[in-house]
Design a protein around this ligand. Structure first.
Ligand code: TRP
Length: 376
């Protein structure tokens, strides 16, 4: 994880606020033209609580890849940061989902985030479409993003292959909306999986371009916070766990459902018979033990695998049990939340209200700087 010490960030922020260096060269290498840079007073915020923002798409059911790759990190980050977590339903529109399916997926995702331990008393959990400023800032960012940069995005190329009949403009400008999601909350840290590195780099470039063009103190440059598990492999052991690859272990699955999948999952191909010794490091099942089992358990499994004193079924059984001790309580909390829809509505309404407040603060500055109506 890219650790950012609190005092460093505070100092950087104070520097950014106090001195806008007008002679600085921008990313295009040109010297800043002399233009009247308006100085909008910045809103007051708690200088020692650094802000973080992340987003997650409501497409399909949560799986342990999402849990380990994103949610575990979110739960940890809410302790140290002023955290904003966004269910990005507008991004999901790029796949043209059925409206009812989308609405349901948003709720299920919010339930999963809360059941995993995101605490609405600490973090701000909200739905993107409840904060119209995302679309507004996306347009501004669109006008600052060169077409050529978007053309290089590998996710656009992948998605275009996956959905050849629906290569819409939203798919192409997806990273610009993501830039707006980030910029709107002026976070200094953004936790994402490694598949989002390219989008974050683009976001940083656009943010730099905004600051350079309109005065350098509106947006901090967000750092990427690497996840503790940036890449969780799917059950096939061939690609990252994802619903589209049908290789996932669902977060809400029962122990029996998970066992059915584990039973059939590939292990080290060298272990054809129980008496064949194996190499734990090449085994996908052993890689999951890295997330769910203790050091002692792993040492015991590794030795048993190498010496062929322990079979793959035993190894999988221990994994199933250890996974269940994580998934079981999450499943229970999710069931509880599902039984109280009013409570979820309230949490999301309060989150949206807070998010809108911060977003509007940003937009007042942005409109003011760029010459649109609705500035201060
Ligand atoms: N594109 C991200 C993903 O697929 C989701 C996302 C949307 C996001 N907006 C964001 C992540 C802003 C971080 C910050 O995982």
């Amino acid at each position: 994880m890219a650790e950012v010490a609190c005092h460093q960030v505070c100092q950087a922020r104070v520097r950014a606020i106090c001195s806008v260096d007008k002679s600085r060269r921008g990313i295009s290498g040109q010297r800043s033209r002399t233009r009247t840079v308006r100085t909008t007073p910045l809103p007051r915020y708690n200088v020692c609580m650094v802000r973080t923002l992340s987003g997650i798409q409501p497409t399909g059911n949560l799986h342990i890849g999402n849990y380990l790759g994103a949610l575990v990190n979110w739960v940890k980050l809410q302790e140290e940061y002023d955290a904003y977590f966004c269910v990005v339903d507008m991004h999901a529109l790029t796949q043209r989902p059925d409206p009812e399916v989308l609405r349901q997926a948003v709720r299920e995702l919010a339930i999963g985030v809360l059941a995993s331990g995101v605490d609405p008393e600490r973090a701000t959990l909200f739905v993107q479409s409840q904060v119209p400023q995302h679309a507004e800032l996306a347009w501004v960012m669109m006008c600052l993003t060169p077409l050529g940069d978007l053309n290089r995005m590998t996710q656009f190329k992948d998605k275009s292959t996956q959905q050849p009949d629906n290569i819409n403009a939203g798919l192409f400008t997806y990273p610009v909306l993501q830039t707006a999601d980030i910029a709107l909350y002026r976070p200094e840290a953004v936790p994402v999986g490694e598949d989002q590195d390219q989008h974050l780099e683009l976001a940083r470039e656009t943010i730099r371009r905004f600051n350079f063009t309109y005065g350098g103190d509106v947006f901090p440059e967000p750092k990427t916070v690497k996840s503790l598990a940036p890449r969780v492999m799917g059950l096939d052991g061939e690609s990252k766990m994802s619903k589209s690859k049908n290789n996932e272990i669902g977060l809400f699955e029962t122990e029996a459902e998970t066992w059915k999948k584990l039973k059939g999952a590939k292990t080290d191909p060298a272990r054809e018979r129980r008496s064949d010794p194996g190499t734990p490091e090449v085994c996908n099942i052993y890689s999951y033990h890295g997330f769910f089992s203790t050091d002692e358990q792993r040492a015991e499994l590794a030795e048993g695998c190498r010496k062929a004193t322990l079979g793959c079924v035993d190894c999988k059984k221990m994994l199933g049990t250890n996974m269940e001790s994580v998934k079981g309580p999450i499943r229970e909390r999710a069931a509880d939340l599902r039984s109280k829809p009013g409570e979820l509505d309230q949490i999301l309404a309060a989150g949206a209200e807070k998010a809108r407040r911060t977003a509007e603060e940003t937009m007042v500055m942005v409109r003011d700087r760029i010459g649109l109506a609705g500035g201060k």
